[in-house]
Ligand binder design. Structure first.
Ligand code: RB5
Length: 148
């Protein structure tokens, strides 16, 4: 599985931890930045990760900002992105099973490192259930067609 990573300064530390964790597990990764603690704007990192995922260059994306919220709002503006901000293991599993989320957003100032890595592992390992959930995903795609 190929995974695209991105963060702002508020998510840098957690991004580096996740990158190290996933590299050790053998995933193919690309880090779209940021690379420094200097203040920056989360949409600038949400966009390239989102585009890379929607184009099929990567299977999934992981985005991190201070809360996980701003960067997920930005990512969800890109048609085809289903980005979920998650801070518990139940939601990590459910958003894959039910929403087929293709990008995970985390808050570097919200979740501790141990929980964050557990969320990442669950989110990566869980499959979409399809079935009744597919028609709901299709309705989201219809919304995108209407407004984008
Ligand atoms: C940056 O200070 C902070 O606003 C950002 O990382 C994020 O939390 C926004 O949603």
């Amino acid at each position: 599985m190929k995974i695209a990573l991105g963060s702002d300064h508020g998510g840098l530390e957690l991004k580096e931890l996740i990158k190290d964790h996933l590299e050790k597990k053998g995933f193919e990764l690309k880090d779209f930045g940021t690379d420094s603690q200097d203040s920056c704007d989360y949409p600038d990192f949400a966009l390239p990760v989102s585009e890379a995922v929607v184009k099929g260059e990567f299977d999934r994306g992981i985005l991190i900002c201070g809360t996980g919220i701003g960067i997920s709002i930005a990512a969800n503006k890109v048609p085809g992105v289903r980005c979920a901000t998650v801070s518990d293991c139940f939601s990590a599993k459910a958003t894959r099973q039910h929403n087929d989320s293709n990008i995970l957003a985390l808050g570097g100032r919200v979740v501790g490192p141990g929980l964050a890595l557990e969320i990442v592992d669950i989110w990566i390992a869980t499959a979409f259930e399809g079935g009744r959930h597919q028609k709901r995903i299709d309705k989201i795609a219809d919304l995108e067609k209407k407004y984008c």
